[in-house]
Design a protein around this ligand. Structure first.
Ligand code: F6P
Length: 361
């Protein structure tokens, strides 16, 4: 058995542990693992030689502690509308003698995998996205590490914000889903959390902050700072979801980021001292957390088990805290967004308190 493994889309902590998990289990069964660099780009290249690397236990030994992807990533989509390169993929897979491809990625990478699988290229998927919005799975690699970065950064920022009595906008990733903002903001005890799933009225944000400041003033100067965690995809009611100045990158994705700065600008005349910072790629940059190391390893091990069992065309997924397999096609279903009524308090623009203890406890 000769298995190709690739990582596509944006990098995320947990990709390297997953590659290591694949290699670990494959070597137990004597399967050969070929790393394919830069995601699907490797399989649409005229000359695949620079993209191909043989992987073994010695090579991946240190992988579990490394962020990013040692196989590199790209957002190349071989089956995107406009240019369909299925034939090239089929040809390259044949030339490289690959029996199956393990694709590690988000909806684009695995969505392409689902199409290719239907067209005869055997694919198994592993879920990755720090946004945690992939359909079909409760966990995707990178989310936990990114949350830890948000939590630590909010902590650091609060020292400066407290010292200067700042209204601080901390912008985090989350293009369509507010999970990072919601859970990161919750952990950081943010005063307000803005998520893409709930469009914001600027007057409401101002009045909530004014009210909170008034309450805090009774508690003394130490409390006169406020932290607003804002997801990069958050938007203002009445304005288009995508800001007009958003640029389209070479893969057709609009680049976002800067909404926190925009909001800071709008609120500058309401409050004395306002500041903004985007965590941006720092959220992807940390070395994988314990959870991402463990989940990467488990996903990687399991993907190989699926191949051994002949479960091709599936993604390893986490559901109800258990590892399961779901059809690759599932990733193209509606993304997993924050259920505003369940988790989000529209009145305070913050996390809803969830009571998880049963009465018997
Ligand atoms: O999809 C994951 C993500 O981190 C989003 O939160 C963010 O909008 C996007 O990737 C940024 O991607 P790029 O690397 O293309 O700038």
């Amino acid at each position: 058995m000769r298995i190709g493994v690739l990582t596509g889309g944006g990098d995320a902590p947990g990709l390297n542990p997953a590659i290591a998990g694949v290699v670990e289990r494959a070597s137990k069964y004597g399967y050969e693992i070929i790393g394919l660099k830069r995601g699907w780009e490797a399989l649409v290249a005229k000359d695949t030689a620079p993209y191909v690397v043989k992987l073994g236990p010695e090579i991946v030994r240190e992988y579990s502690r490394l962020g990013g992807s040692r196989l590199q990533c790209s957002r190349t989509n071989p089956v995107s509308e406009g240019i369909d390169r299925t034939e090239l993929v089929i040809e390259n897979v044949k030339k490289l003698g690959l029996d199956v491809i393990i694709a590690i990625g988000g909806d684009d990478t695995l969505g392409a995998g689902a199409v290719l699988n239907d067209r005869g290229v055997p694919i198994v998927g592993i879920p990755k996205t720090i946004d945690r919005d992939l359909a079909g799975t409760e966990y995707s690699l990178g989310y936990d590490t990114a949350l830890n970065v948000i939590c630590d950064s909010a902590e650091q920022i609060s020292h400066s914000a407290r010292s200067h009595q700042t209204i601080f906008f901390l912008e985090v990733m989350g293009r369509h889903a507010g999970w990072l903002a919601l859970r990161g903001g919750e952990a950081a005890f943010a005063d307000v959390i803005l998520i893409p799933e709930y469009s914001l009225k600027i007057e409401k944000l101002v009045s909530i902050l004014e009210e909170k400041l008034e309450k805090s003033s009774k508690m003394g100067l130490d409390h006169m700072y406020k932290l607003i965690v804002v997801a990069e995809g958050a938007h203002i009611e009445g304005e288009e979801e995508v800001r007009k100045d958003a640029k389209i990158d070479e893969f057709g994705h609009y680049s976002i980021g800067g909404v926190g700065n925009y909001l800071k600008g709008l609120l500058e005349h309401n409050f004395k001292h306002t500041r903004y910072m985007a965590l941006a790629y720092l959220q992807r940059g940390a070395s994988p957390s314990q959870k991402d190391r463990q989940m990467g390893r488990r996903f990687g091990n399991n993907a190989v088990e699926m191949i051994k069992n002949g479960d091709i065309g599936y993604m390893v997924a986490m559901q109800k805290s258990r590892l399961v397999k779901v059809f690759l096609k599932e990733v193209k279903k509606s993304p997993s967004l924050v259920d505003v009524d369940k988790y989000y308090d529209r009145e305070s623009l913050n996390v809803k308190i969830e009571w998880t203890l049963s009465n018997n406890n």
